[in-house]
Design a protein around this ligand. Structure first.
Ligand SMILES: NC(=O)c1ccc[n+]([C@@H]2O[C@H](COP(=O)([O-])OP(=O)(O)OC[C@H]3O[C@@H](n4cnc5c(N)ncnc54)[C@H](O)[C@@H]3O)[C@@H](O)[C@H]2O)c1
Length: 409
């Protein structure tokens, strides 16, 4: 079985993956294009926040099995775990941006050897694994190299930030090869640390399966968000409505919120919509519903502020979801930024960060929950962080409340 690996991209996915293989006694070279990331990891430290990852990386580096570098080197298996964002065209369409995947694929061509396995872990549009083969073949021919028997597979990652090390081991996985041999070899590789079931398929099905999982979540959240708008119009408490409807044995409505954030659920459905625009009508509408929710929340705050003389708004939470420090694509941050741009006096409570992100710096004050509650005249609950749940309606008497998470009882 493959004994050495080269993992391209040492972020939230690549770093835990590289480290876990190393702690299982596999020689791993982790590659990143950012020099500070490579230096940090080689010194046994980490540059991202994830529980227990520091311990794993330190053990992997100290054992000598994990090293980081700026360029790939020969290995039996190459794993690509680089970003896959979308870009927005002049007409406003969101299309997949595969420049990082292409650069990573091309960068391995000088060092791949006969029979090597090349795995794409990045969440990718259908057909990307086939493109990786084309890019590597193209690069090999430019280099005048002939390498036989390269195997390609897509093995998407499903781990949840905050629980990554546990889920890496215990989540079921899908291995989709361009050939059955590539699927089989990928399965054997992940069996080194994965204790759950590993299912084999082809690369295109694996690519669409990962996108489908996130689109499913997006559509279901959009249903809850749409319900929250309908309930506001009909003057019905959406939280009570959902609680009651969920007593039906086959109904499980998710919770509404200020919108959908993060770099997965808010991004990946666009890869399906771009590939099948005429068919993906429900997914497009779901994206639109979820993307419009922050604007609805802003309008609610504006309406509350219009009733007050010198409104002070406390934004409770800036992260894209509860109990993480991740502000990427966060609807809460988007809402706070809009309110600041409209000139409102803003207090921000985000217990998971030490200072405000550049987008809000100088436009809001980062304060404690107690200070925000005592100083603000409008309480805007954006994230259901631990600690916010202790707030009571009685405590907020006399203040306006916009509670996007149904937290305050
Ligand atoms: N983070 C998650 O929770 C999660 C979950 C499932 C799937 N994914 C998917 O995994 C992929 C990676 O996500 P992430 O969160 O780890 O991203 P990240 O931004 O945390 O890390 C990606 C790393 O790749 C590096 N990189 C960029 N181009 C490179 C190249 N050519 N060669 C080597 N390194 C390069 C970047 O410098 C960065 O450090 C994405 O497709 C994402 O959608 C992420």
């Amino acid at each position: 079985m493959s004994s050495s690996l080269c993992v391209l991209g040492l972020g939230y996915i690549g770093l835990p993956t590289a480290s876990i293989f190393a702690t299982k006694g596999r020689q791993v070279l982790g590659v990143d294009v950012v020099p500070s990331v490579v230096e940090t990891i080689n010194s046994g430290r980490i540059h991202i926040q994830e529980p227990d990852l520091d311990v794993l990386v330190r053990a992997a580096v100290q054992s000598g099995y994990l090293k980081a570098a700026l360029k790939p080197a020969a290995a039996d298996t190459f794993i690509i775990a680089v970003p896959t964002p979308f870009s927005v065209t002049a007409s406003g369409a969101r299309i997949p941006d595969l420049k990082y995947v292409e650069a990573a694929a091309r960068s391995v061509a000088p060092v791949v050897g006969a029979g090597n396995l090349i795995i794409l872990e990045s969440t990718s549009p259908v057909g990307t694994t086939e493109k990786i083969k084309v890019w590597i073949d193209d690069e090999l021919s430019k280099l005048g190299r002939k390498v036989d028997g390269l195997l390609y597979a897509h093995c998407p990652e499903r781990i949840l930030p905050g629980q990554m090390l546990k889920e890496l081991v215990s989540n079921d996985r899908i291995c989709g090869g361009l050939t059955p041999e590539a699927s089989e070899k990928s399965k054997a590789l992940y069996e080194i640390f994965c204790t759950a079931q590993i299912f084999l398929t082809d690369a295109r099905t694996a690519e669409l399966a990962k996108l489908t999982e996130n689109a499913f979540r997006d559509v279901n959240i959009a249903f809850a968000n749409e319900l929250s708008l309908i309930c506001d119009r009909l003057d019905i408490n959406v939280w009570e409505l959902i609680r009651l409807a969920n007593r039906h044995p086959r109904v499980k409505i998710l919770s509404p919120g200020p919108g959908v954030g993060g770099h997965c659920i808010a991004v990946d459905p666009w890869f399906i919509i771009d590939a099948a625009p005429a068919e993906a009508r429900l997914m497009r509408t779901a994206r639109e519903v979820n993307d419009s929710k922050p604007h609805y929340v802003i309008a609610q705050v504006r309406a509350a502020a219009a009733q007050q003389k010198n409104p002070v708004i406390a934004c409770l939470g800036l992260a894209f979801k509860a109990n993480v420090d991740d502000l990427r694509e966060s609807p809460s941050l988007e809402i706070a930024e809009h309110l600041a741009a409209e000139g409102f006096k803003l207090l921000a409570v985000e217990p998971n960060i030490q200072s405000l992100p550049a987008r809000l710096a100088g436009k809001a004050e980062l304060v404690s929950l107690d200070e925000a509650v005592s100083r603000a005249s409008i309480i805007l609950v954006l994230v259901d962080h631990r600690g916010f749940g202790s707030l009571t309606l009685a405590q907020l008497a006399g203040k306006a409340l916009v509670d996007t998470r149904g937290l305050v009882k």
